[in-house]
Design a protein around this ligand. Sequence first.
Ligand SMILES: C[S@@+](CC[C@H](N)C(=O)[O-])C[C@H]1O[C@@H](n2cnc3c(N)ncnc32)[C@H](O)[C@@H]1O
Ligand code: SF4
Length: 408
Amino acid sequence: MPSALPDGEPVPVDGSLPDQAYEHMADRSLSLYIHVPFCTTRCGYCDFNTYTAGELGTSSSPESWLDAALAEINLAATVLAVSGVHRPVETVFVGGGTPSLLGGRTLVTLLRAVDDAIGLAPGAEVTTEANPESTDPDLLAAIRDGGYTRVSIGMQSIVPHVLQVLDRRHTPGRALEAAAWARQAGLEHVSLDLIYGTPGESDDDFRASLDAAISAGVDHISAYSLIVEPGTQLARRVAKGELAAPDDDVLAKRYLIADDVASVAGLSWYEVSNWAAREEARCRHNLAYWTGGDWWGIGPGAHSHVGGVRWWNRKHPAAYAAALAAGHAPGQGREILDAATRLEERILLELRLSSGLDLALLSDRGRAQAQAEAADGLLDPAALAAGRAVVTRRGRLLADGIALRLID
Ligand SMILES: C[S@@+](CC[C@H](N)C(=O)[O-])C[C@H]1O[C@@H](n2cnc3c(N)ncnc32)[C@H](O)[C@@H]1O
Ligand code: SF4
């Protein structure tokens, strides 16, 4: 089951935000995340807030979720309008769970609702995640015609025994087929997600997955090291000794393999786990998260962040829908981030980007530490001389640790 959310302070029933959230709003971009909490089966490694039909029973359905999500989109429009500043939505990301289970028509209904209630910016990036087995040419054509510009497909691996340990139900080739259909449908950007470090995976298995992903002609790849999340089936199997936990040295080697294969194919890293063929192929939505944009998260358990105010929704789809059906905001708790916490988060996130971090954000001690990290080969000396902390290839393997040492 998905893990629990923190408590925080209560969210007002009308969803109103403190004044702080509205300060300098015109200077920040607005993004929307829409969380679809449904999957056909649960993969053994996954602790995302998602449910199978059997887990939900009669308590919730895609229909009740859609009514609630549409109500929350209208609530977001009302709350944001209080500022008097109109910002159209620059990026929309429908994630999950399995958004492709909704079908093309519902995905387009959601996007129209966002456009009607808040307005989409010209040239907005609109992404949906898609699982290989619930994606077909009709769905892709429908979302393309309905205004989606990008699809992100969960491939994970091309190797049958790796897919089996991950509990993935699709055939090895299905993700590649889905990527080809997405390109044929005319989606501007297509991304494939890979996982490395699965028990039993070899370097060559991972290389084969990367080669297959690249050969599908996609312009974006994400590669994540397998995290053994507490409470998952994978964690139970590791605890019983049935599967070996991923080894740090193996994970580091696999990361470098990913970077080698992507670079040779012309994809460059722009965030530690993400590679793109061109600047326009970078995921603008994720970049907005990483560079301090505002975002509103629609859906059960979704997190939002507006001007230093962070809140999170009720986690279970039934509790989420019940709040909105009663005319209440679905937020379960919120926190107002102080300046020190915002700075720490900014350092942690920006250090993971190829654009790096402005040294002016660091204290004298932090800047001295940055020099020491460069001497250790973890920060780029030329970038440092130009006023930015940019991790080297070896530094990318240790980015979070470096960031913690730069923070006071
Ligand atoms: C939110 S999931 C949704 C994607 C889609 N449902 C699918 O599975 O195809 C997005 C991505 O997170 C990654 N992911 C999920 N759980 C993970 C874990 N425990 N360790 C590493 N990556 C994980 C997978 O690569 C997955 O494609
Ligand atoms: S299909 Fe995706 S979201 Fe659903 S359980 Fe598997 S990894 Fe998690």
